[in-house]
Ligand binder design. Structure first.
Ligand code: SAM
Length: 318
């Protein structure tokens, strides 16, 4: 054996206990290293060179790192997980926002849960129908740091008169608010750490109570290649509350594994892959041009590969 096996085991354990944010001392330049936490004995990692560290610290809720990378631009990592980068954020934000917003015929009141970097807020405000956006993030420090170091994400959105920023736990907000919404966008961290509660059935039940009858909810749902069970558990939790639950996908290169799933649910819409004709008409009410989203992408993003379909419980296919 067994010397080789023993050596391999030592290597794997060493890698598993390496902190998520590590700086390879032997390199001429420091690196941020993200490790998939789900398989500690067989870790899969990605590294980004830090050309300039802009901020590193700890808030009351999470570790925050903001740095510059020559390929991805400025990047935000929370608790050692890449959240967003200047280079590819448009894919994530256009898809988490415009798919639900354009499925609704006239979204006026929108709630964003999380979204501290301001990218989703920026995209929501492009819709001329929108009269009010409430954004609820747990961590005021993430919001302030992103305004300072990732200003292109919010691009002035926090100053828009239609915006109400609330610094509070999202679960508490949806439980207590008297307001109602047309669209809820859950732009959250993954279901580990402070974002975990935002994937629970209790949270989705509270969201349903504050959604108008024509309302929709969307959420980021992780990387199905590494963590398809996240789809299964979100489906189980949300299908209790909403009649129509579906998933769609988009590639976000800076996320470990790249190919990201989103969830969408409502009481009203049995088909989220609307016709190009309908979507093109609705797109007239959105200011500016898109870099990823278009009506064909919207429809195509609901075509899921079989390995992803397998994670969706069969009742969906009735
Ligand atoms: N695009 C990212 C992704 O897919 O990982 C999400 C980015 S956004 C920065 C995530 C935000 O969720 C953070 O600002 C974090 O503070 C917020 N968050 C985490 N847990 C929360 C909670 N319980 N309530 C409200 N916001 C929360």
């Amino acid at each position: 054996m067994n010397i080789i096996k023993a050596l391999m085991t030592i290597c794997m354990i060493t890698a598993a206990i390496t902190p998520a944010v590590s700086y390879a001392e032997e390199q001429t330049q420091p690196y941020f290293q993200e490790i998939d936490p789900r398989e500690p004995l067989d870790p899969w990692m990605q590294s980004f060179a830090i050309t300039e560290k802009l901020y590193e610290g700890k808030s009351d809720f999470q570790d925050i790192l903001i740095f510059e990378n020559s390929r991805f631009g400025r990047m935000l990592a929370l608790d050692g997980v890449v959240q967003t980068t200047e280079a590819d954020e448009f894919i994530y934000h256009e898809m988490i926002v415009h798919v639900p917003m354009l499925t609704h015929p006239e979204p006026k009141k929108v709630l964003i849960i999380g979204g501290g970097d301001g990218g989703s807020l920026r995209e929501v405000l492009r819709h001329k129908t929108v009269e009010q956006v409430t954004m609820v993030d747990l961590d005021g420090q993430v919001v302030d740091l992103c305004k300072k170091w990732l200003p292109n994400h919010s691009s002035g959105a926090f100053d828009d008169q239609r915006v109400k920023l609330v610094i509070q736990d999202g679960t508490q907000f949806v439980k207590e608010t008297q307001d109602t919404f047309d669209v809820i966008i859950c732009d959250t961290t993954d279901p580990i750490g402070p974002g975990k509660v935002l994937f629970s059935s209790e949270f989705y039940a509270d969201c349903k109570k504050i959604l108008n009858p024509e309302g929709l909810i969307s959420m980021q749902n992780g990387i199905p290649f590494t963590n398809g069970l996240e789809i299964t558990s979100v489906f189980a939790n949300i299908a209790h509350e909403f009649k129509h639950v579906s998933f769609y996908v988009a590639p976000v290169p800076s996320y470990l594994g790249g190919y990201l799933a989103f969830g969408i649910a409502s009481e009203k819409y049995s088909n989220y892959a609307l016709s190009s004709k309908k979507l093109s008409k609705r797109l007239h009410s959105v200011k500016g041009s898109m870099r990823y989203y278009n009506p064909k992408i919207h429809k195509a993003s609901f075509a899921l590969p079989e390995y992803v379909n397998q994670y969706i419980p069969k009742i969906k296919k009735k």
